[in-house]
Design a protein around this ligand. Structure first.
Ligand code: GLV
Ligand code: MN
Ligand code: MN
Length: 413
């Protein structure tokens, strides 16, 4: 039996349903933020499935979780696939989880079919891809690939002031796995990640498989304005230093400055905090986040300079500052892996198209280490980062069939 034929759509769908219960929300989505008890529960469930199949399991110092199926040549470098199990606060059941479950299904299907590969295959669940609780996102893969320093990441705090190191220790205590020594990161022969598209193109074009050619560049910032707390009932306008008012001036100017004619630049303010957060006190401090993306790093650079100028211009009489939290340059995937994805999709008789990724993925960091590619499948109306996110069992299985064929080809090189 071929690997693709051994992929079981019913099992893959059931595994999604099982995982969706962990952090499940009344609206049918999930709230399973990084290093939360729900994240630990997902790790335990994956680990229990891995143990039942006799695969080995290990973690690393940033909490990435690896499931390994041995190859016939123990000295050969492994081929890896996976994604993330953490979610947005109001996230869907498929973002990230699909990539982990597809990779695991590939391992199980090979086991069922009794198919050996020369290289070992590893399914991975990367720590904190979403970056909604702890910034930056795609953290586990960034540390693995040497893009971010482990010690810096361990000191990052969430919005409530919880230090990542503590949350990670709690998670690993609740979901123990053998610890791999040393700094995260090891040599790989190849990496392939499957994911729902998170946009509408495949559905609109009636294609089942997206052959992902690369990922646009992204940058995140925090803007802070500092004013002066004052009585809301007595303080005349001229005497106020309203930090929120300054923040809205800056934000409004930024929206204007990032509106491009061809709608390529992505600019989002996704979180605003106003302090002290009292209805009858003029805010003394406001912060907001910026997520900005574009396929060209040069364009991002130009816009960053504009954002900085706007903070300086619009903050007074408050003080204003802007801090860059992350900058990930655009990724171009390995042409051989991209060709392989396209060829396998076509051989399986699946309609496909080449496309770049608008969303960020762990693959953008792993691509620094080894030949890397991605496979997309459609999601309903392109909706993602939303509890109503949806995908069909047959599309999820189709993406997994392409994945297994690509993995087998890479693992027998
Ligand atoms: C990942 O969720 C992203 O923000 O692109
Ligand atoms: Mn994702
Ligand atoms: Mn996401």
């Amino acid at each position: 039996m071929s690997g693709a034929k051994a992929v079981r759509e019913d099992r893959l769908w059931q595994r999604h349903a099982d995982m969706a219960k962990l952090g499940g929300t009344p609206k049918g989505g999930v709230n399973r933020q990084a290093l939360s008890p729900e994240d630990a529960a997902a790790r335990n469930l994956l680990a229990s499935w891995a143990k039942a199949r006799g695969f080995s399991l290990f973690t690393d110092a940033i909490g990435n979780l690896f499931v390994r199926r041995e190859g016939s040549d123990p000295a050969a470098l492994p081929v890896m696939s996976g994604s993330h199990m953490d979610s947005q606060p109001t996230g869907g059941r498929f973002d990230g989880m699909y990539g982990v479950l597809a990779a695991f299904e590939a391992l199980e299907a090979l086991e069922d079919a009794g198919l050996a590969t020369r290289r070992p295959l590893i399914a991975v669940a990367w720590t904190n891809e979403e970056g909604s609780r702890f910034q930056p996102g795609a953290m586990g893969s960034a540390v693995f690939a040497g893009r971010n320093k482990l010690d810096d990441m361990l000191m990052v705090k969430d919005w409530k002031g919880v230090v990542l190191k503590e949350a990670l220790a709690e998670t690993l205590a609740a979901a123990p796995a053998p610890m791999r020594d040393g700094t995260p990161g090891f040599a790989l022969d190849g990496y392939v990640e499957v994911h729902i598209e998170q946009g509408p193109r495949l559905e609109n074009e009636r294609k089942t498989i997206g052959v992902v050619t690369g990922i646009q560049g992204s940058r995140r910032y925090i803007v802070e304005t500092l004013g002066e707390e004052a009585h809301a009932g007595t303080t005349p306008r001229a005497a106020r230093k309203d930090a929120y008012l300054a923040a809205t001036r800056i934000a409004s100017a930024m929206y204007d400055a990032t509106t491009d004619a061809d709608d390529t630049l992505r600019f989002t303010i996704g979180r605003v905090d106003v302090l002290p957060g009292s209805p009858n006190t003029v805010p003394g401090k406001a912060t907001f986040t910026i997520d900005m993306r574009h396929p060209s790093d040069a364009v991002l650079e130009i816009h960053e300079a504009r954002l900085r100028a706007l903070v300086a211009e619009k903050a007074p009489p408050c003080a204003g500052r802007i801090e860059r939290v992350t900058a990930v340059p655009p990724t171009v995937f390995d042409p051989q892996v991209v060709d392989l994805v396209r060829a396998k999709a076509s051989t399986l008789g699946l309609t496909n198209m080449d496309m770049p990724s608008g969303a960020g993925h762990d693959a953008m960091h792993v691509a620094r280490l080894c030949p890397t590619g991605m496979i997309f499948v459609p999601c309903e109306r392109g909706i993602s980062h939303n509890e109503s996110e949806n995908a069909t069992p047959s599309d999820l299985a189709a993406g997994t069939r392409v994945l297994i064929e690509v993995l087998v080809a890479l693992a027998n090189r």
